[in-house]
Design a protein around this ligand. Structure first.
Ligand code: ADP
Length: 287
């Protein structure tokens, strides 16, 4: 069974004609062109449902079109299951669209080498993985040749340097599965420091829903702001207050783009966004 597993071929591989793009040549425009994604179309579940005549499994994304200009902050919001995470998967090709195209600077991501994609894209996810290794190695993972000064500057910018210096072993403290248990907020700031070292052209932020206390949430927010400057940022937001000044807010609902615009425009439109905003305001007042 182990060998069978090791023999599994990756679904997502380089196209023979895929091109290498140097990070300094990336402007950072992102476009989705009639994108549809159906997670179950190729798997056994779908074949089963075809046999039993069940209706076609639902599209996780169903005809998504939008364009984000270089340097813009675009925020995706919407109910759980609307398709926000799926959008973020398609840009670095963690998953491929079944139909339509995802383009970076006008080039289909399936025609860009995976290596180039990972060099140009930084991802801060909700579940930031730390290896069972020193903090140093966890940070240098994104830039193995970084100097001590560069690493410390990144940690300072991510508001985590001082915390690291409080550990007896400093940057040599072992973290990860069996290592020192660091908090969720610290883990997130380490992963931001990792992205700062990486200096990607495109940034994908999947906002943590997990309860960060408000002090560490402020630190995380402060660490992210300078990082977003001058980079195209795709943010998946759960708390709308964090993205109210985004260049564009795209509201997803059941795999479709329900509305888009700035915060002010969407409030005036009195649609789904305005409804979500009113609900969150009421909740925070109650809190
Ligand atoms: P959101 O991030 O807005 O909560 P997702 O992009 O995670 O939404 O999910 C969109 C839809 O796709 C949901 O119906 C979800 O259940 C489904 N989905 C997500 N990931 C998978 C997967 N790996 N396999 C099957 N269905 C999935």
């Amino acid at each position: 069974r182990i060998f069978e597993y090791l023999d599994i071929k990756a679904d997502i591989v380089d196209d023979p004609e895929a091109v290498d793009i140097q990070p300094e040549r990336v402007a950072g425009a992102i476009r989705f062109d009639s994108v549809r994604v159906n997670y179950v179309s190729n798997n056994e579940e779908a074949q089963e449902s075809a046999k039993t005549g069940d209706p076609e499994p639902r599209w996780a994304l169903d005809g998504i079109d939008f364009e984000i200009l270089p340097g813009q902050l675009a925020a995706f919001v919407g109910p759980s299951g609307a398709g926000k995470t799926t959008i973020s998967y398609l840009i670095p090709r963690l998953y491929d669209a079944n139909e339509g195209r995802v383009l970076i600077d006008g080039i289909d991501v399936r025609k860009i080498k995976l290596e180039s994609l990972s060099r140009m894209i930084g991802y801060v996810s909700q579940e930031n993985y730390l290896f069972h290794a020193s903090i140093r190695n966890n940070l240098l993972y994104s830039k193995p040749d970084a100097t001590q000064d560069e690493m410390e500057a990144a940690a300072k910018a991510a508001y985590i340097h001082e915390r690291i210096m409080e550990f007896a072993d400093g940057y040599d403290t072992i973290v990860g599965e069996r290592g020192y248990r660091i908090s969720g907020g610290e883990r997130q700031r380490l992963s931001i420091a990792r992205v700062i070292l990486h200096q990607p052209k495109l940034l994908i932020l999947d906002e943590a829903t997990s309860a960060l206390d408000s002090a560490s949430e402020r630190y995380v927010q402060a660490a992210l702001e300078p990082l977003m400057k001058g980079r195209t940022t795709v943010a998946i937001a759960h708390r709308l207050s964090t993205i109210a000044d985004a260049d564009r807010i795209l509201v997803l609902d059941h795999g479709r783009l329900a509305e888009s615009g700035t915060h002010t425009e969407l409030l005036q439109a009195r649609g789904l966004y305005a409804e979500m905003w009113a609900r969150q305001q009421a909740e925070s007042e109650t809190a």
